[in-house]
Every structure is written in C-alpha cells, then in structure tokens.
Design a protein around this ligand. Structure first.
Ligand code: MTE
Ligand code: QUE
Ligand code: MOS
Length: 761
C-alpha cells in the first residue's frame, strides 16, 4: 500500500494550513524579533508603524488578556518579551495588517531601544556561571571508581557536536478564526494540537473547551513543531482575539531559521576504560547541553541523552552525567532522535579513541561489547529480544564486511590523494515517551450506514505515513477493504488531551487505540449477528475480506449487510478507544526502572571516499540491517529509514549552525546552511529488514521506525575519520561535528588554515 497522499502530493493538491480558501477579511501578521541576544527593553515606539498603509493593530506583551507564558515543562518563556530579551529573534511585537507586505513594511518602522547585556553562547561557560535549567542528572551503574583499577587502557577525550536546523518544507504557520461566544478555532501546523489548545487558552485566559485546534497534515515537523509550533498559533490567536477577525501567520524561511530553536549542540567529556582484549569495563561521561534561552523540551531531551549514552553496548560500570545549560540562543528543542544521537556520538568517539590507542579496528571493540539478551542498561531495564548481535551478524555476512575491509585497504595502498574509509554503526533506541504520562492515546471511530468508516485519532500526519498506517490498521481490525476507511484530521474536539505526535510512537499509541475502538464496534456487530442468525457462539464469528464467517464457514452476510442490520436494530456504530502502554515505569530518584516498551536495533556499514587534497567526500555505500518486528508497511518504513539516514548523515557532516559570539545566527539561509541532497546520498543504498524478529507491542507486532535510523548517520563521521587517518596517521583529529569538507581539509593540512577566529567576523 502506497502512502495515501502520494498522488495528491505529487499533483500539488494536498492542502496545508494556508491552502484552504481564505475567509473573508483574513488579516496577516509580521513578527518583530529582538535584534540582540540579551538586553533590557527601554522602550518600544509603535506610532509610526501604526500610521502605515493597511495596518490594523500592533500587539505587545501588555495586550495579552491571560498569562504571557508558553513554557510547556518549565514556565520560563514569554510569548512576547516584557522587560528583557534573551535571544536574537525573540518575538517582541506583532503587526497585523490587511496583507503581509504591509505588515512587513510597518514592522520595520517600530523603534525598539534595548540596553545590551552580556550574552553567553557556550554551554560550558553557562554551566560555570550556574545558568542551569532544572537539575543536573546522573545515572550510576556498577562502580566506576573501582573499575578503573582493572583497566589495561584508560583514555579521556572531549566531543563537541553541532545542532541542526529542521528545514521542514512548510515553515511555521497557523490560522486563527474567531467563533461565537468568544471561542476560537485554529488551523495549525503542529505536532502537538493539545499543547496549542492548552497554551492558547492560557494566553487568552479561556477554558480549554473554548479553543478548537485542527491539524490536517504538516509539511514536515521532525520535532521542530512539537513545542515550537505553539508560539505562532498563540500569536495568531492573540491577533484574532484583539481584532475579532481571522488571522494568518506564516513565517518566511529566513525568520523561521532565525527565530526557532534547533537540535541541541552538546559539549561532552568522556573517560573510557578497557581490558587488553577490548572489553569496555568502565565509562564515565559528562554532557553539557546547549539548551538555549528557555527550557522548552530540553530536560526531556537531556534525559534521552542519558538513556542512550551507551548505545548498543553493555558496559558493567558507568556514570552518566548531564546538565541543561541556559545560553542566549533560541530555545533548542526536539529533533529526530531527541538527544539520543548526541549520547551515542560520544560513545562512538570514545570507542574510536580507544581503538586508535590499542591499535585495533574500531569495530573490534564495538563487536565485543554488543548488548546480549538480558544484559542490563544503566537505567536498570533488561535487554529483551536484544537484536544488537543479530543485526550485526546479518550486516557482516549479507554485506560482506571482510570483503569491504579488504577493498578499502587495497584502495588505500594504491592511491595517494584519495583514501577510503569505512565504519560499522550499530544502534539501539528505546521506544516510549520517557515522560510516563504521555504514553496514552485516544481514537474515535464511526461506521456509516453505507459501510464506510471514519477514524479520528490524536495523531498527526507529518509526512511519516501515519494516516496510511491508521488506514491499514483500521481496515485490518475490521476485516474490510482499506478504501472504506478515511482518516480524519487531528482535532481537539474529537480526541481530547492528546500527546504530541513524537517519540516515534504515534502509530504504536494511536494504532492500538484505534484497534481498541474497532474491537468494541466489531464486538457489538458480532453480538447482533449471533442473535439475528440464530448462532451459538459469538467468538466463532470473524470478518475477513468483508465476509462474515462462522467457525470458518461463510454466513452469507457481508460487511454492508452487517452494518445495515445493526443500524436498523439501533446498535451504536461509533466507539472511542483508549490505549496506555502497559508495563513501563521509571523512578527519577533512583534513576532506575523500565522506561521503554521495547528497543529497536540495527547495524549499518558505511563506505566513503575522501579527496584528501580538497577535503570533499563521497558516500560510496550504506548497507543497513534494521529490526522492525513485523512491519506494517515496508514501503512506508523504507521511506522512513532513508529519510532518517539522510538527516543523520547531514547532521554529522554538512549542516553547520554558525553563531557569532553575540548570538547572531550567521548560517541563516538555505544558501549558507547546507542540507544533504540526492547527490549526497550513498551511491549504493541497501536496507534489509530483519526477517525473523518476533513481534513487539506496536500494532500487529510492528516496531516504531521514525527516529532510530537517524543514528546510522553517525557512522559517516567515523568512516571519514578512518580515511583521514589513512592519509595522515598523525593528524590531530578532534571529535568535532559536523565534519564539513572545510574541516576535513584544515585538519589534514593545518598549515593551510587561517585563524578560525577570523572567520567569525
Ligand atoms: N517523517 C517525515 N516525512 N516527516 C517528519 O516530520 N518526523 C520524524 C519521523 N519521521 C518526520 C518523519 C520524527 S522526529 C518523529 S518522532 C516521527 O517521525 C514521528 O512520527 P511517528 O511517531 O509516527 O514515527
Ligand atoms: C521522547 C520524546 C518526548 C518526551 C520524552 C521522550 C517528547 C515530549 C516530551 C514531553 C515531556 C514533558 C512534557 C511535555 C512533553 O517528552 O517528544 O509536554 O511536559 O514532547 O523520551 O519524543
Ligand atoms: Mo520527534 S523529535 O519525537 O518529533
């Protein structure tokens, strides 16, 4: 089954927030952002701007009728700045005008006077100043201090990882429409319809039920619309409330890039101890997360960094520390992997450094330390149905790792300026929100008298194929053809209190809720059928391919007959289903528990050729063995693996966020921020799904797919590093990502470099 939107997307017919017909009198908004990273607001002059053509009003913090607060986990973030600004681009005022050009023109006439205060952009500096969000966390397992004594080799090092801009195709946007009696409907591009409902209600000082949020689909979210979509809906709602008119807010790309938070950059210290045989005995790591100016989801992201700090390895003694460090950058936020990639990159770096000192191949250490069945994660959960070794072995065998090693060695012997490198990259990612209460979902299913079905859930289609998955799940659960099923928009009046569509768990949670709703309706239909057909046992009835069977024999009734008979007999053809992931728990005092329903495993082999005189590189191949349980739809899942891989490769290499010391974002357009394109992707890409994996708790035994394959991209850093070592074994190669071609060149030929500070104008 193809992605149900494939045809309409291709024709450009799919509707996004601003594609539906504009209501009469729709007003448009331009947002004025802070020009400084930190400062006291002395005055805001709006008189000149108000005189401009087409301007209806200008909204400032003082206009907010409710609470000027949008922080989801920690209330530390204003919708509009009050007395102080904390990052460049922080919204200070919005101009509402008849069209966008007029709003933009007037925005430039607003005079803001700000007294500049000192800005911090470095997480370690913020930590030293005590600028910490929440409380630092430490996971302890075994006894690290005593373990060092048993180690034959101990190495220490440091990692610095860059952030990542989401580059969703559809920038942030929302449309707010005032309704009767002070209510408001929002069409929003958000992964969290309920967060928008809740926060708009708080801003306007209204009960939740006065705010309706509808989300048809997103032109990509990738975590960037989990928490960071909320503000733009709030601003549109505020403007609509003040003017009484429908209002649309669409961020231009440049503003979107400057004003919104991104993946968290991290700076980390590691210490790793091994036996002479390459067994890792101890690992001590400290993560300094660059959280930006407000908490946003940073504490939850940090938690996942801690959970994934040992990746797919068992290490008997670990100490894992992390702190959210408050800086004067836009508040950083969720991005595919949600802190996991940062934790894993440090682990892989530690292994690389140890391998270089032991003078063995990196994959020897990796392979010897893979998680086995029943091994314990540092947070106390036991590995169950562990697939680390299995996917490794499959990748090694089906993709001929020995042959690859041989080919690379041969190539490097015969070539001077070009060198090849390879890397093996195992992954292990926990599925479930680590915030316990978010692991719940609801679904509302209607069957109409013609036999067609409407499914509403709290899940959001962001391109990942959620609606396709739900269509398939509902059809399968009923035993009917999928053309009968329509998946509706996510709407807060049909499904209440939904969790964000995130953590790769949207299909798991909402799919199971859908199955529960469908099961209830099917149960009612069966009760009716046994009595109408004069049969004995309800349990012997089943619906397959739209036919009703009793003990395997066709009853002569089909789906339509069943539904019509039920209607005439006044049987309820609608049901609400609910699902809460069973068996998960976590004790934050002890930092132990069973936070994940299950883990996703996989192994990738990557091969790269580096031009060591130019610093450029080409990804020759990427071969992946990925564990999906029993996949719901291999086509959709393959798309997810490819997309996640592309983003992971980009994070590690091309995508460089450059901020100057005063907190101005320099790589602030798609001309200066480079994302991977189709030519950057591996020349040869193969993805095999592990065929023998037993089912997981996802619908029909499927495993979540959205985020885990992102982390295969980490292998590219080490493949390039391998090639660089082959060219210059003595080069000083820091664990500093992204490893852009520019950095490859300057690390191989430091004498060609200019003072890096000079580049920061
Ligand atoms: N795929 C597409 N096409 N667009 C997206 O925005 N978001 C990713 C992933 N795949 C995303 C995507 C992220 S960050 C997550 S958490 C999951 O999809 C969310 O959807 P799921 O829970 O249905 O996997
Ligand atoms: C993975 C996630 C999320 C998460 C935890 C994960 C996520 C998310 C939250 C979260 C936590 C607390 C809140 C809230 C959201 O936690 O996406 O609003 O109050 O939003 O392990 O992806
Ligand atoms: Mo994904 S980062 O959980 O939206």
């Amino acid at each position: 089954m193809k992605h149900i939107d494939a045809a309409a997307h291709t024709r450009g017919e799919s509707q996004y927030v601003d594609d539906s017909p504009q209501p009469l009198g729709l007003l448009h908004v331009a947002v004025l952002g802070s020009p400084l990273a930190h400062g006291k607001i002395l005055s805001i002059e709006i008189e000149d701007a108000l005189q401009c053509d087409g301007v209806i009003t200008i909204v400032l913090a003082g206009d907010i009728p409710g609470e000027n607060q949008i922080g989801a986990i920690i209330p530390d973030e204003h919708l509009l700045a009050e007395k102080e600004v904390f990052y460049v681009g922080e919204p200070v005022a919005i101009v509402v005008a008849e069209n966008f050009a007029q709003a933009l023109q007037a925005k430039n006439k607003i005079q803001v006077q700000i007294e500049e205060l000192s800005a911090v952009t470095d997480p370690r500096a913020a930590f030293a100043n005590g600028q910490i969000i929440g409380t630092p966390r430490t996971f302890v397992f075994g006894d690290v201090e005593n373990a060092w004594k048993q180690c034959d080799l101990i190495v220490e090092g440091r990692c610095d990882m860059g952030g990542q801009e989401h580059v969703y195709l559809e920038t942030q946007r929302a449309r707010a429409v005032p309704l009767e009696n002070g209510a408001m409907r929002l069409y929003a591009s958000t992964q969290s319809p309920y967060a928008v409902q809740r926060t708009v209600a708080g801003i306007l000082g209204l009960p939740h039920h006065k705010i309706e949020v509808d989300v048809k689909r997103l032109g990509g979210g990738f975590g960037g619309k989990e928490d960071q979509a909320t503000a733009w809906s709030c601003l549109a709602a505020l403007a609509a409330w003040k003017t009484g008119k429908p209002v649309e807010l669409v961020l231009p790309r440049h503003e979107d890039m400057v004003m919104t938070g991104k993946r968290h950059p991290y700076s980390s210290d590691f210490k790793i101890g091994l036996s002479a045989q390459g067994k890792i005995l101890a690992y001590d790591v400290k993560h300094y997360q660059n959280s930006g100016a407000a908490a946003d989801l940073s504490t939850a992201v940090l938690e996942r960094t801690l959970f994934h700090s040992t990746n797919a390895y068992f290490i008997p003694n670990t100490r894992i520390f992390g702190a959210c460090c408050r800086t004067n950058l836009p508040p950083n936020t969720a991005f595919r992997g949600f802190g996991g990639p940062q934790g894993m990159f440090v682990m892989e770096s530690a292994i690389a450094k140890a391998a270089e000192q032991l003078n063995i191949q990196r994959e020897e250490i990796q392979r010897r330390n893979l998680l086995c069945e029943n091994d314990i994660f540092p947070y106390g959960q036991h590995a169950h149905e562990a697939r680390a070794e299995k996917t490794w072995a499959e990748a090694e065998n089906s993709f001929a790792l020995p042959g690859l090693k041989e080919r690379v060695a041969q190539f490097n012997q015969n070539n001077f300026e070009k060198k090849k490198g390879y890397a093996v990259m195992p992954i292990c990612f926990g599925i479930s929100f680590t915030t316990h209460f978010l692991n719940q979902a609801g679904a509302l299913v209607h069957v109409y008298t013609d036999g067609s079905v409407s499914v509403s859930t709290g899940g959001v289609e962001m391109g990942q194929g959620f609606s396709t998955n739900i269509t398939r799940i509902a059809a399968k659960a009923f035993g009917i053809n999928q053309v009968r099923v329509k998946v509706e928009s996510a709407n807060t009046t049909r499904v209440a209190n939904m969790s964000p569509s995130a953590a790769s768990a949207t299909t798991d949670l909402n799919g199971n809720a859908t199955i529960n709703a469908v099961t209830e309706i099917v149960d009612r239909l069966k009760s009716l059928a046994v009595s109408e057909l004069g049969l004995g046992q309800k349990e012997k009835l089943s619906l397959k391919k739209e036919r009703l069977f009793y003990a395997g024999k066709d009853t002569g009734w089909d789906w339509k007959k069943l539904v019509q008979t039920a209607y005439l007999n006044r049987v309820d053809l609608s049901a609400h289903g609910f699902y809460a992931t069973p068996g998960i728990c976590f004790d934050k005092q002890k930092e132990k528990g069973h936070p994940f329903a299950y883990h996703v495993y996989g192994t990738a082999l990557l091969e790269v050729t580096v031009d060591c005189l130019r610093g450029t590189y080409n990804i020759d191949s990427t071969k992946i063995v990925h564990d999906l349980g029993r996949p719901l739809n291999e086509l959709i899942d393959r798309g997810q693996v490819e997309g996640a891989l592309a983003q992971g490769l980009g994070w590690m290499t091309l995508e460089e966020l450059i901020f100057d010391k005063r907190g101005h974002f320099l790589s602030n357009s798609l001309a200066t921020y480079k994302v991977p394109d189709v030519f950057f992707m591996p020349d040869d890409l193969e993805i095999n799904f592990l065929q023998t994996a037993p089912g997981a708790s996802g619908p029909y035994g499927a495993k979540a797919v959205g985020e885990p394959p992102f982390m295969y991209g980490i292998g590219l850093f080490f493949a390039i590093r391998h090639a660089m070592r082959a060219f210059n074994p003595k080069a000083d190669l820091p664990f500093n990502s992204p490893l852009t071609p520019e950095k490859v060149l300057l690390q191989l030929h430091p004498q060609w470099g200019i003072d890096a500070e000079n580049r920061r104008r």
